[in-house]
Design a protein around this ligand. Structure first.
Ligand code: PLP
Length: 479
């Protein structure tokens, strides 16, 4: 494809994207295909000769779209939102065109410097304390973009392990380090995202899943007692992963209580705020950040709730040397003369190569302004309240937990099987998409506000569909 053809096809693609996003509501929200559907549509071997662009382009509708779950559909209420906005798409386009691989400052200074500045911007937007930011030369803290919240949790656990081992080796120089490693223990709650459990497996550190209170919140006393028990048995607590906005029910761990326990026990305290973190741009939610001063590191996903496209997970740390000590490997071919003066983000995480992801955050924040982003978040929160009110009008249902942000959890009263069947039937209909979760032994429906321009009518339509399907199901089971 030459530049002239790219210009033409690029414009066609932009037209296609706009048309897709403006008309997506006329499609089924979930695809109606079976595993392996695509094999029947594509040849088994790659083409030997170049194909015409027109033929490739027409395969988007023939091959790809039938198998798409439309996350940008106004009836998509599953999981959490997948951020998407035109300025963000433009940011990714430019990043792809520049095509730099910003692993060190020298590999593309703008890529590193914009990342540092934008992380400070967003950190200030959500009310983080100064010591987590890179605001001045010589700052100890700072922010970095990782690929996902799972990666942030893993990176923080690996760095906590390195730091704990450094201290333990000083204290016990005669004990084999593999013996020390076998004693490490980390903590999260039964409501923490499964990526913490996975991080424990990868890092080979025991991860204890502690019980929460009846609001799904992990409390300091629970962590304290677990650490005491483990220490009594000769184990060494090194890390706690707390959550602000759990996946199942958007519950909030008590940072102040847990933070105090972490300080007392000299352990790393990471906070995963993948979904809810974006909402802290609204001051009315900042009360949930009480205790943030105790935190060692924290992550939020603007690619969930700040209109930035995947991938974009932001991680802040109070002392960047904790990451650098864990990840700095320095072969000659990666060195440059400004090393040590400038930030080299390859030392702040796992991959070497890094995309220019800060561009899309920069475009989004400037295009909407913090005020525009606040309006977006508040609209979702208001609509969640509206949906909760609708659920409460129907005595067959119960709302589970508090509706604090853009997620409503509810269920049919009675046996779990009723709600399970309802979820299955709703999703099979292709009219709206929702996902379930379990809270203790309760099976619940999660209804998330996801669409950028969601409005009251969307919530009313979704509720009508749920009621219709419930009527059908309960009538049939009555017969
Ligand atoms: N943490 C929370 C609270 C989440 O809700 C999720 C995903 O929804 C994750 C972590 C994992 O996010 P990622 O897909 O960025 O790894």
């Amino acid at each position: 494809m030459n530049a002239t053809e790219f210009k033409r096809h690029g414009k066609e693609m932009v037209d296609y994207i706009i048309h897709y996003l403006q008309t997506v509501e006329h499609r089924r929200v979930t695809p109606d295909v079976k595993p392996g559907y695509m094999r029947k549509l594509l040849p088994s071997k790659a083409p030997e000769k170049p194909e015409r662009w027109e033929s490739i382009f027409s395969d988007i509708e023939r091959v790809i779209m039938p198998g798409i779950t439309h996350w940008q559909h106004p009836r998509f209420h599953a999981y959490f939102p997948a951020g998407n906005a035109y300025p963000s798409i433009l940011g990714d386009m430019l990043s792809d065109a520049i095509g730099c691989i910003g692993f060190s400052w020298a590999a593309s200074p703008a890529c590193t410097e914009l990342e540092t500045i934008v992380l400070d911007w967003v950190g200030r937007m959500i009310g983080l304390p100064r010591h987590l930011l890179s605001l001045s030369d010589g700052a100890r803290g700072g922010g970095v973009i990782q690929g996902s919240a799972s990666e942030c949790i893993l990176v923080s656990l690996l760095a906590a392990r390195t730091e704990a081992m450094r201290k333990l080796k000083c204290l016990h120089p005669d004990i084999d380090e593999y013996v020390l490693l076998s004693k490490l223990v980390a903590y999260c709650s039964t409501q923490t995202h499964s990526s913490a459990e996975k991080a424990g497996r990868i890092a080979y550190v025991r991860m204890r899943l502690l019980p929460t209170d009846d609001k799904g919140s992990l409390r300091g006393k629970t962590v304290d007692e677990a650490m005491k028990r483990d220490k009594k048995n000769g184990l060494i607590p090194i890390y706690v992963c707390g959550t602000l906005g759990t996946t199942a029910s958007c519950a909030f761990d008590n940072l102040k209580e847990i933070g105090y326990v972490c300080i007392k026990n000299n352990t790393w305290f990471h906070v995963d705020a993948a979904y809810a973190g974006s909402a802290f741009i609204c001051p009315e939610f900042r009360y949930l950040l009480e205790g943030i001063e105790y935190v060692t590191s924290l992550n939020i996903n603007p690619n969930k709730w700040m209109l930035v496209n995947f991938d974009c997970s932001l991680m802040w740390i109070k002392d960047r040397s904790l990451l650098i000590n864990a990840f700095d490997v320095d072969p000659v071919y990666l060195r440059h003369e400004n090393a040590g003066v400038a930030i080299d983000y390859r030392h702040w995480g796992i991959p070497l190569s890094r995309r220019f992801r800060s561009l899309k955050i920069w475009f989004v924040v400037r295009s909407y302004g913090v005020d525009g982003l606040r309006k977006y978040i508040r609209n979702h929160v208001k609509l969640a309240k509206k949906f909760e009110a609708l659920v409460l009008t129907d005595s067959r249902f119960e709302v589970i937990g508090d509706v604090v942000m853009g997620l409503v959890c509810f269920r049919l009263k009675g046996r779990n099987a009723l709600t399970e069947n309802l979820v299955k039937t709703i999703n099979a209909s292709g009219r709206i998409h929702i996902t379930p979760a379990s809270l203790g032994d309760m099976y619940i429906i999660r209804f998330a506000l996801c669409h950028e321009h969601a409005c009251e009518a969307d919530v009313v339509i979704a509720w009508k569909i749920i009621v219709e399907i419930t009527d059908d199901l309960l009538n049939v089971s009555d017969v």
